[in-house]
Ligand binder design. Structure first.
Ligand SMILES: C[S@@+](CC[C@H](N)C(=O)[O-])C[C@H]1O[C@@H](n2cnc3c(N)ncnc32)[C@H](O)[C@@H]1O
Length: 303
């Protein structure tokens, strides 16, 4: 079983205690959760959330050894506050959000996350989500599709890509889409596969990822006990920008415009940034797991 991204760094950041309460809001295959439970032995408790029932099955098997110390719930982390109220644990000591896709999801061709193997255009984390990537690819007007690729994929050639997609509709599979995109952006960008940005954009839109991150961060900070920590691993700049912006804002006492002589906002800092710069994987980790290369961990502590 391979180690999750920034494993040691997460254990170090959340400093699990034997009587602590922890939330892994993106429990996936349970790798980080296993580490948190082991490090908080024998009394630490963990709530694990995921929207993907296949992920929860893996987590259930992996965490079975911890018995009643673990509660796994199929729910979006957007409902974090609600889930914690239902448990009546009170304030918690640590929360983890490991954003993005799990290895299981990328490596299961029929989920449609990978542009390297042919599969239906799906990309849903939650199989009950009514919107698949194919719905956006085949259903959006060209202008909206271009905006989506620009906003969520930072695709500079978004208009060209959208035009090529609309001309080739209907597109049913990942390889059909990736060939159309490669044809439209030929010669641009070195190194990365030309469909990387388009696939990222569709995945973010299908799963409403950015809206979800914006919704969960205030709930997570509110749920922490004083001295409790929130750790977030982001995998691309759009996610990281939201996390960084929120942490910066919440670690300041006044958020009035800089030229204003007297504070009128009354804002009070609720957290402190544990490190000002994001924590990134060591070269050895990136070598062993190339998917870790874009990971950025930010950690705050509740005041
Ligand atoms: C990078 S993986 C987590 C891997 C995990 N840390 C581990 O150690 O195995 C991200 C997980 O978040 C889940 N996820 C995505 N959006 C979610 C949401 N809104 N609520 C809960 N889980 C979500 C995905 O289904 C996926 O299993």
């Amino acid at each position: 079983m391979h180690r999750p991204v920034l494993y040691q760094e997460i254990i170090h950041a959340l400093q699990p205690r034997r009587d602590g309460f922890y939330v892994d809001a993106t429990v996936g295959a349970g790798g980080h959760a296993w580490g948190l439970l082991q490090a908080s032995d024998p009394g630490g408790q963990l709530l694990g959330l995921d929207v993907d029932p296949q992920a929860l099955e893996l987590a259930r098997a992996r965490l079975a050894e911890f018995g009643e110390r673990v509660i796994l719930v199929r729910a979006s982390y957007v409902t974090l506050g609600e889930q914690l109220s239902a448990l009546a644990w009170g304030a918690v000591d640590g929360i983890l959000l490991d954003l993005g896709m799990s290895s299981m999801q990328v490596d299961t061709p029929e989920r449609g996350f990978s542009f390297l193997v042919d599969a239906p255009l799906d990309m849903r984390f939650d199989p009950d989500n009514p919107v698949r990537a194919a719905d956006l690819v085949n259903g959006l007007p060209e202008g909206e599709l271009a905006d989506l690729l620009y906003r969520y994929g930072e695709e500079r050639r978004s208009r060209q890509v959208a035009r090529a997609i609309v001309a080739a509709r209907p597109l049913q599979t990942t390889l059909q889409l990736s060939r159309v995109v490669a044809g439209a952006v030929r010669g641009s960008g070195k190194g990365r596969h030309p469909a990387t940005r388009t696939f990222q954009a569709l995945r973010i839109a299908v799963n409403r990822e950015l809206e979800s991150i914006e919704a969960v961060l205030p709930q997570a900070v509110a749920a922490l006990a004083s001295g409790g920590r929130l750790a977030v691993i982001a995998f691309h700049s759009l996610e990281d920008r939201i996390v960084k912006g929120y942490f910066r804002l919440e670690s300041r006492d006044c958020i009035c415009p800089p030229h204003q002589p007297v504070c009128t906002c009354g804002h009070k800092a609720s957290v402190r940034e544990v490190e000002r710069h994001p924590i990134t994987p060591q070269p050895a980790e990136v070598e062993a797991n190339p998917r870790a290369r874009s990971a950025r961990l930010r950690v705050v502590e509740k005041l």
